[in-house]
Design a protein around this ligand. Structure first.
Ligand code: AMP
Ligand code: GLY
Length: 423
């Protein structure tokens, strides 16, 4: 079969790498892809922000399966458009993708279906924010309602700061359209967990859990990023907790969406805070996480095509995935300045030496290839990933590989999975 992956990041490289292992695929395409993905799939140009461009690509390719990586094409309705034309596509419809594209929609769904989440208020003006703040204690989390590529969440240390951040969001200067509505939320404490499930609109099958590292600096300091690294192990949560999360979070969310007429198919990413009062939902994403997908797929031993098709066809079952007991980790190497402004076009060396380290796979997140050489082409450049029976070994292998890679301004966190190793 002919399979098309949409996207151009580390997540999409991991999807392409895993899909290529399926004997069911005869031809694999990625649009637009990147320098590293081009080594493993045929890359085609497309504008991920433009539905007409995506449909034109579908028309030209007639894929037997399309796998959508990023949220933007999902929220534009790429799955609706492809499905309507008879091209099977993996992921939620535009209506179901609101779980990610509108934080107020997600919060109200959580509340209606009694799924644990932080107390909140939805506000459409600075006056409403000021009035609502009376019911909160500092620190207060201020969130832009819409998609803001990780820049729409601020933890305000005082109510005054919360009000001024909200005002900035409403002004449109901070995150544009995404900030026309604001959600205030109680600030939760605990460890974060990325809990992803495959859904067919009714049934869910959990993927192995992972932990992301969102802050730019070691020890969780500095600004938020798209994610600087992630790991996954068998012991990150136990079976009892996994079942609890399925019963109290993933399944009720999927059932709630169906009951409300927006059946959710695809990967439901539950971003959780494991608080002293129990797990609570911080956010939903309507897709695979990045970089979580890199360590998660490194542990997947069964056929990914079968699982994705089960979601589309409405026959997901808990046995859809077979996982390795090994641990896996992904360390993101980023451009100098990321998540702020950065330059691109820096030559990358040492990739083949890094890839030769035992258990290592270097996923490309933002690279281009010119005359046989790789160059940086984004903020997150590489996801240096490793697998091993023990987490400690996987982490050592990933860092050994990182040390072999050079590009001007390269930086990466030195403490990915550090807290798990200490435990
Ligand atoms: P979100 O996009 O809603 O997941 O928020 C991005 C990040 O902000 C999360 O991964 C958390 O690190 C942090 N965050 C969001 N909501 C809260 C909250 N209620 N309490 C504490 N931290 C939060
Ligand atoms: N790693 C966070 C995300 O995929 O949104």
């Amino acid at each position: 079969m002919k399979v098309l992956v949409l996207g151009n990041g580390g997540r999409e490289h991991a999807l392409v790498w895993k899909l290529r292992q399926s004997s069911r695929i005869s031809k694999l395409y990625c649009a637009p892809g990147n320098g590293g993905i081009a080594e493993e799939a045929e890359c085609l140009p497309v504008d991920l922000k433009n539905l007409d461009s995506l449909v034109a690509l579908g028309q030209q390719m007639r894929p037997d399966l399309t796998v959508v990586g990023p949220e933007l094409p999902l929220t534009l309705g790429v799955v609706d458009e492809f499905t309507r034309r008879g091209w099977p596509a993996f992921g939620p419809t535009k209506a179901a993708a609101q779980l990610e594209s509108s934080k107020s929609f997600a919060k109200e769904l959580l509340q209606r279906h009694r799924i644990p989440t932080a107390p909140y208020a939805i506000c459409d003006s600075v006056e409403e924010v000021r009035a609502a703040l009376a019911h909160f204690h500092a620190p207060v989390v201020v969130k832009a309602d819409g998609l803001a590529a990780g820049k729409g969440v601020v933890i305000a240390t005082s109510k005054e700061e919360a009000a001024s951040v909200a005002a900035e969001m409403f002004s449109g200067k901070m995150v544009g359209e995404a900030g026309t509505r604001v959600v205030l939320e109680e600030c939760l404490k605990g460890d974060e967990l990325s809990f992803l499930v495959l859904s067919d609109g009714e049934r869910v099958a959990p993927l192995v859990a992972a932990q992301d590292h969102k802050r730019a600096g070691d020890g969780d300091t500095g600004p938020n990023t798209g994610g600087m690294g992630a790991y996954s192990t068998q012991s990150i949560i136990d079976d009892k907790m996994r079942d609890w999360l399925v019963h109290h979070i993933a399944r009720p969310a999927v059932a709630g969406m169906k009951a409300e007429g927006a059946e959710f198919k695809g990967v439901l990413y539950c971003g959780l805070m494991m608080t002293a009062r129990g797990p609570m939902v911080l956010e939903f994403n309507c897709r695979f996480g990045d970089p979580e997908t890199q360590p998660i797929l490194m542990r997947l031993e069964s056929d990914l095509v079968d699982a994705l098709e089960a979601s589309i066809a409405g026959r997901v079952s808990e046995g859809d995935f077979k996982w390795s007991a090994d641990a896996s980790v992904c360390v993101v190497m980023a451009s100098g300045g990321y998540p702020g402004t950065f330059e691109v076009g820096k030559k990358i060396t040492g990739l083949s030496q890094a890839g030769a380290v035992e258990g290592v796979k270097v996923f490309h997140a933002g690279t281009s290839k010119l005359d046989g050489e790789f160059y940086t082409a984004g903020g997150r450049v590489l996801g240096v990933s490793a697998r091993a029976p023990e987490l400690q070994t996987a982490v050592a292998r990933a860092y050994e590989a990182c040390e072999k890679i050079r590009f001007d301004g390269a930086h990466y966190r030195k403490d990915i999975a550090g807290r798990a190793l200490k435990k």
